[in-house]
Design a protein around this ligand. Structure first.
Ligand code: ZN
Length: 120
């Protein structure tokens, strides 16, 4: 995995989990935080900013740890990975988050481009 790809993946992952937590856990106590991430021995390559409940924070940290240890030079989609590194329970949890946020972010992008189109 390249440095750029890693930074990209971190951004996407954080955004997806944040969207999910905003929708599902907005009423739980949440704290804003920011963490610095290392990549291949380089310190502070990128950072992740989030405001998550405890459960989602654990999921995010888990996913980030797996990501930085991904052995594939060209990272496959986790769903198609020949040797998935997620434990089953975490995988299920992430799949739920990805579906929820994927639909939501996909739709809002569509809506935005539709609005842009209508304004012309
Ligand atoms: Zn949450």
């Amino acid at each position: 995995m390249t440095r750029e790809k890693f930074i990209n993946e971190v951004t996407t992952l954080t955004k997806f989990i944040q969207t999910f937590c905003d929708d599902k856990h907005g009423d739980l106590s949440r704290q804003e935080s920011e963490i610095l991430l290392d990549f291949k021995g380089e310190n502070g390559v990128t950072s992740a900013k989030f405001c998550l409940c405890d459960e989602c924070k654990i999921t995010l940290f888990y996913a980030l740890a797996r990501l930085s240890e991904c052995p594939h030079e060209i990272k496959p989609r986790c769903r198609k990975c020949p040797n998935p590194c997620y434990e089953k329970e975490m995988y299920k949890k992430m799949a739920k988050i990805m579906v929820h946020s994927g639909v939501k972010l996909g739709l809002s992008k569509l809506k935005k481009s539709l609005l842009g189109y209508l304004k012309r």
